[in-house]
Design a protein around this ligand. Sequence first.
Ligand code: CTP
Ligand code: MG
Length: 342
Amino acid sequence: QLDPLPTLTPEFLNVLNKVCEQCYTDFAPDELEVGVREHILQDLETFVKRQFAGARLQLFGSSKNGFGFRQSDLDICMVLDGQDTIDDVDCITIIESLARLLKKHPGLKNILPITTAKVPIVKFYHVRTGLEGDISLYNTLALHNTHLLASYAAIDRRVKILCYVMKVFAKMCDIGDASRGSLSSYAYTLMVLFFLQQRNPPVIPVLQEIYDGTKKPEVLVDGWNVYFFHDLKTLPSRWPQYGKNTETVGELWLGLLRFYTEDFDFREHVVCIRQHGRLTTFNKQWTSKYIVIEDPFDLNHNLGAGLSRKMTNFIMKAFINGRTVFGTPVKAFPPYFFDPEV
Ligand code: CTP
Ligand code: MG
């Protein structure tokens, strides 16, 4: 039922490429804005230490992974010095008392503890910058997956650009809000990375499969192996495919839309960035869901688990329409394409 796509002229590929590049230049924060985030974090840590002397706050998510927008939320993880983990009961107690404390902070508004979620958080609004944020406790795996995503972003600038394009696309199509039943930005980022690993030749390697010797090193966090290859300077000599893929971001973006609508069999396969070989929904016993995205470290976590059938169809339709829209030549930029004022 897919529209046939015309062969692409170099002129059209050029337009497509510019659209992708512009998406990045229009939405990426500058260094100043990165500094503002660190400043808010410092201020919050000082404030929280009034009541929790050993508190340490750390940014993660898009403030750190390389795919942040100017208005992205502040994802913050709090730990207490000298304490390695926390049980569920203590976690909820601390979240509630943290919320009471933050209500006294003059620069914050709309303090809201959410203790029923899988990861309990306290949400807040930072008045001066208009940024929203949330603080979670001992969200250690998230710190590690943030570092993994940042490493992929550092390998090739096309990774960064495509992840931006994907996030803009998800926002525009209204398919990018997990709290309203669709998928999180994190899930879409994993889809981009998986596509780039599966491309032939691949744009990025599988960092979790590069190691010395024959056995993958074990670095356990919350019972999961968070090992991945960090030493990116030596990647060219460790990964034979390095630099082999020379496609433009425009080609890759359309390639991605085609991959997920024409090639990838959602019924049978898992979006899985921790191994290059195929992983099936049958292997995982996750056959009741159509979109299955495995977390790279927490292997029991399917990012698509919360999707209804209706939402799944809605997301697939967005990809199918995207494929037609981005795959059909126009001579120049559509008017007001990325103009935030319109
Ligand atoms: N995360 C996770 N599991 C999820 C959702 C999120 O571990 N199911 C963690 C990831 O570390 C992710 C971070 O929480 O990087 C923030 O998630 P999210 O806000 O969805 O992604 P961002 O990259 O921060 O995107 P945005 O700019 O939209 O905030
Ligand atoms: Mg975020």
